[in-house]
Design a protein around this ligand. Structure first.
Ligand code: EPU
Length: 450
């Protein structure tokens, strides 16, 4: 690994909330999916494009959406969340500077387009890399510049201006980045003329954002071969929209059912969003049944190992490798995961090894997909030997998806574990402890120093 283990527990970790987890029992019952984090946050930013009200239904109450609402409020939005409905309205942009509310949250850069079209200027904090890699924003900036933005790098900030307004352009992304695609769309919908994005990301959350924008009055075509065409319009109006269910939650709960030898009905899980995952699950010996309002997951046979490569949609998503890797620790034989989206997303495997797993992270590409990290010596392949009996442990969550791997692993291990750093999990999973308790999990949220 490049850095020292990020998950070492410090003496002060119990100064924040933490979980105690009693694992080893099959989890059974029903969990309903929340709205997708990675659509909800972008749609909240999209609301800045109009002075009228946007109503988002199925809005997840999680750390990342709270931060995004706060971000919009500092710019002039009025927002209320009641149950799972967000009402947000920005009659006027009162401030063009986005404050750095969280080092982890990568949403601020998406506000550049809306701020430029509504106020002609934006100042956005420069966010560095995190536990999963350096996460550059070069493609975001290049697209915005092609659309007519002038971007000046200041100390800790990008300052963006659009002295001649934004205008349509051709953008060819060197990689189908989710964020860069969304950023280009958010800047292009109110730009003058037509923008064509080649090699765009087509993740379901990107499509959902496009659907909201279309309902707000935008003209956006989805072409073949990852081509998206945006015809700029003069103004966008208010709208009401129901956010798609979170497919990352769906995969997390599916893996929980299979790893604990339980049986979970995931209400609202959508087959179309999970096709690659469902095939993978069937290949390793997991079972599922697609029902009218969701999908049921369980296993009957011994699980077996498999080679997997993460990819952009419709491939096997990078956010699914962590929960699935825990299942692979319970599978017979060797498995490989070749991570081709992020260069450094296996830190959490050190904690699983502490719990008794046998995982070796390697720098080489262990697969056949074209990989941007070939010969660059990034630790982006993991070899898992199973099955192994996981033991309880005290561990600390390094990042959101690693956190769900930690939860599944501790719920699989017989005995009591402690998980620190749970604010990372709360960033993306709504009331996770309550929902897990409802299917029989022995999980408690502990107050500091408890
Ligand atoms: N990249 C660049 N330059 C750029 C933009 C991206 O090199 O200008 C690289 C990244 O470093 C990465 C790859 O391109 O290696 C893919 O990044 P992408 O832009 O697609 O990811 P993102 O928009 O930053 C979103 C999700 C991630 C999810 C990825 C891939 C949000 C807020 N985040 O990130 O979700 O893993 O797409 O699907 O939508 C999570 O939810 O925990 C999470 C990390």
């Amino acid at each position: 690994m490049k850095n020292s283990p990020a998950t070492a527990i410090s003496r002060t970790d119990n100064l924040n909330e933490f979980f105690t987890v009693r694992g080893g029992e099959p989890l059974e019952g029903e969990i309903r999916l929340a709205g997708a984090k990675n659509a909800a946050t972008k749609m909240t930013v999209a609301s800045l494009l109009t002075h009228e009200e946007i109503i988002l239904k199925n809005f997840p109450q999680i750390g990342d959406t709270a931060i995004t609402i706060q971000l919009c409020k500092t710019l002039g939005s009025e927002a209320t969340v009641r149950g799972s409905t967000l009402r947000i309205k920005t009659p006027q942009i009162k401030n063009v500077q986005v404050t750095s509310l969280s080092r982890r949250n990568r949403i601020p850069i998406l506000a550049i387009g809306p701020l430029l079209v509504r106020a002609g200027e934006a100042r956005i904090p420069i966010v560095g890399g995190d536990q999963i890699g350096p996460r550059p924003v070069d493609m975001h900036l290049k697209s915005l510049e092609a659309l007519g933005a002038e971007i000046i790098t200041e100390r800790n900030y990008y300052r963006a201006l659009a002295p001649h307004g934004l205008h349509g352009t051709n953008v060819n992304l060197r990689y189908p980045s989710v964020g860069a695609t969304e950023n280009t769309i958010l800047a292009a919908v109110l730009a003058k003329g037509k923008t064509v994005i080649e090699n765009a990301a087509v993740e379901p959350e990107v499509i959902d954002l496009i659907k909201l924008l279309q309902n707000m009055g935008a003209i956006i075509e989805l072409g073949a071969n990852r081509r998206i065409c945006i015809e700029g319009v003069n103004h966008l109006h208010g709208s009401e929209y129901k956010i798609l269910p979170d497919r990352n939650e769906a995969v997390s709960f599916a893996c929980l059912a299979v790893a604990t030898n339980g049986n979970i009905f995931v209400r609202e899980a959508v087959q179309e969003h999970l096709i690659t995952f469902l095939n993978t699950l069937r290949r390793i010996g997991g079972e599922y049944e697609v029902l009218e309002n969701g999908i049921r997951f369980w296993r009957t046979n011994k699980l077996k190992g498999l080679n997997i490569e993460t990819d952009t949609h419709p491939g096997f998503m990078t956010d699914w490798q962590q929960p699935l890797l825990v299942v692979l620790t319970q599978s017979e034989g060797d498995s490989l995961i070749h991570e081709t989206v992020y260069e450094d997303r296996f830190h959490y495997t050190q904690d699983l090894n502490l719990m008794g797993a046998r995982i070796k992270v390697e720098n080489e590409c262990r697969g056949i997909l074209p990989c941007r990290f070939k010969n660059l010596k990034h630790p982006h392949s993991a070899r898992i030997s199973g099955p192994t009996e996981l033991q309880p442990a005290k561990i600390k969550v390094p990042d959101l998806r690693a956190g769900i791997a930690h939860l599944i692993a501790t719920l699989t291990a017989r005995g009591e574990s402690t998980i620190y750093g749970i604010e990372e999990i709360d960033r993306g999973y709504e009331h996770i402890d309550e929902r897990l308790r409802s299917i029989g999990a022995g999980i408690k949220r502990m107050e500091p120093n408890q």
